[in-house]
Design a protein around this ligand. Structure first.
Ligand SMILES: [Zn+2]
Length: 120
């Protein structure tokens, strides 16, 4: 039953989120800020050619290798190398919980203080 599932999700407490590193919390809420480092060629187990893109998050230093087939340029897999402390035992819980913690730490301020000058 969907309501039971939602209820169960709310109960899954992200234990250590309050002590979570602020930069990691930003990456959880706004996703990583990827900086391309380059790419290299590799072979899949079936011998097909792969292009491996390597990117690093400018905030939390997580590195992602993205495997792309070199014929159709379809993504065939991702491997992540997380910074120490980024993964949380049992997960961080629902995205809404991450968002709530982010906004608890960064309360709203005046619009003109937030918007770029040309958009005020
Ligand atoms: Zn990040």
């Amino acid at each position: 039953m969907p309501s039971t599932a939602r209820g169960a999700q709310r109960k899954s407490k992200p234990g250590s989120l309050k002590d979570y590193d602020d930069e990691y919390l930003v990456c959880r809420e706004y996703l990583h800020a990827w900086d391309p480092l380059g790419s290299y060629r590799a072979k899949a187990e079936d011998g097909t050619g792969l292009l491996i893109e390597v990117v690093r998050c400018t905030r939390c230093t997580t590195v992602r290798e993205r495997a792309i087939d070199d014929v159709f340029f379809e993504i065939v897999g991702n491997t992540y190398y997380y910074a120490d402390g980024y993964p949380v035992q049992g997960g961080v819980g629902p995205r809404s919980g991450v968002r709530k913690e982010y906004h608890r730490r960064h309360p709203p301020i005046a619009r003109d203080s937030v918007m770029p000058r040309n958009l005020r």
